[in-house]
Design a protein around this ligand. Structure first.
Ligand code: ZN
Length: 365
């Protein structure tokens, strides 16, 4: 007896909440003399595992059932045919389920959380695997009360659309403080300066002792909603005070990564794991020759988001993304490069359905 289960519209890419899932189930083999018992289950699960060695916390594996729906397939629902070449019987039946609108989550509110996207995150501190699938089991009586059970499963890719309550910003400013000492100008002794514009979009103000400073402005064409698989062009503008400019300022590197944080709330405590993925970068020595200098970022300055999942918010699992930007600036071409780091929150989404057909297949591959 050979079982087969195929999704009927898998080519359309990942499914979304409330999408219908259609599959065709097939049994090939000898003709049944007794009705087989056939059950089908549509289930979403999240398995979170912790290694033994992290912070002495209890290791283990936690399985959360996000939803589950089971039903029986009656023998009379099977269509019978015969393979003329082999003489085998072929039984088929369509299977139809609908993704629920929300997860069977911990929220006490009537409004439950959205289902998280399919994911398989493996990090030293935590592994998180979210899968959706259909499982069909066929039980055949072989001898009196003895039953032989055979199963077949198909995994169903699922994605979600983030709920955007407020749009993220479209720019951030990094500041590299420069000091003047004994007649020479050199970058301030702090190597990495966490320095961002304020939440209201205003630039940070500096006490006179930190002046002057070089500001690196990173601009996106729109609020930082990044679409998976599509490039987001990045502009980099360097603002240099005139007296610093005279000393010969060089931009040495710009690195932009996507920092993704997954947080789960299973077991005793919420736990997080962080992943970093390369977005775009340049390295070299670009002479800054004007007070407001726009870097030619045409060739390298496209920020790509590929192997991650859309922003997810639920009480079971959260996936948050931020752009992490590091710039290196030097006075002259020596090895004394001063770095500034900034992060700003972004939302990651799948491409809209109209563009999904080709991209989705490439991303699945
Ligand atoms: Zn919830």
């Amino acid at each position: 007896m050979k079982l087969n289960l195929d999704l009927q519209d898998a080519h359309q890419g990942p499914y979304l909440a409330q999408d219908r899932v259609r599959a065709l189930f097939e049994i090939r083999g000898p003709t049944f003399h007794k009705s087989p018992r056939i059950s089908v289950k549509f289930v979403g699960t999240m398995v979170v595992s912790f290694p033994t060695h992290v912070n002495g916390a209890s290791p283990g594996q936690f399985t959360t059932v996000l939803f589950e729906e089971s039903r029986k397939i009656e023998y009379r629902d099977l269509q019978w045919d015969e393979d003329e070449a082999s003489g085998e019987s072929i039984y088929t039946t369509p299977i139809d389920f609908q993704f629920p609108a929300e997860a069977n989550c911990y929220c006490a509110r009537p409004q439950k959380c959205q289902l998280p996207p399919s994911m398989d995150i493996v990090e030293p501190e935590m592994s998180v695997k979210v899968t959706y699938g259909i499982v069909v089991s066929v039980g055949r009586c072989i001898l009196g009360p003895m039953t032989k059970v055979k199963s077949v499963a198909v995994e169903i890719p699922f994605s979600c659309t983030p709920t955007i309550t407020s749009l993220p910003r479209s720019s951030c400013v990094l500041s590299v403080a420069m000091n003047e000492k004994s007649g020479r100008r050199y970058a301030h002794q702090r190597n990495a300066i966490m320095d961002q514009e304020h939440a209201d979009g205003s630039c940070p103000s500096y006490s006179p002792k930190y002046s002057p400073s070089i500001k690196v402005e990173v601009l996106l064409p729109q609020p930082a909603v990044l679409i998976r698989g599509q490039p987001t062009p990045v502009r980099v503008i360097i603002h240099t005070p005139p007296d610093v400019l005279e000393s010969g300022v060089y931009l040495r590197s710009v690195t932009m990564d996507l920092k993704s944080t997954v947080m789960t709330s299973v077991g005793m405590l919420p736990r997080t794991a962080t992943q970093r993925r390369h977005g775009c970068s340049m390295a070299g020595a670009v002479k800054i020759d004007s007070e407001v200098f726009e870097l030619d970022s045409g060739a390298w300055g496209n920020f790509f988001v590929m192997n991650t999942k859309p922003t997810t918010q639920s009480c079971i699992v959260r996936l948050d993304h931020a752009m992490e930007i590091v710039t290196g600036i030097s006075i002259g071409l020596g090895s004394d490069v001063k770095y500034a780091v900034a992060t700003f929150d972004t939302i990651v989404m799948d491409p809209p359905p109209a563009y999904e057909v080709g991209d989705a297949i490439r991303l699945q591959a």
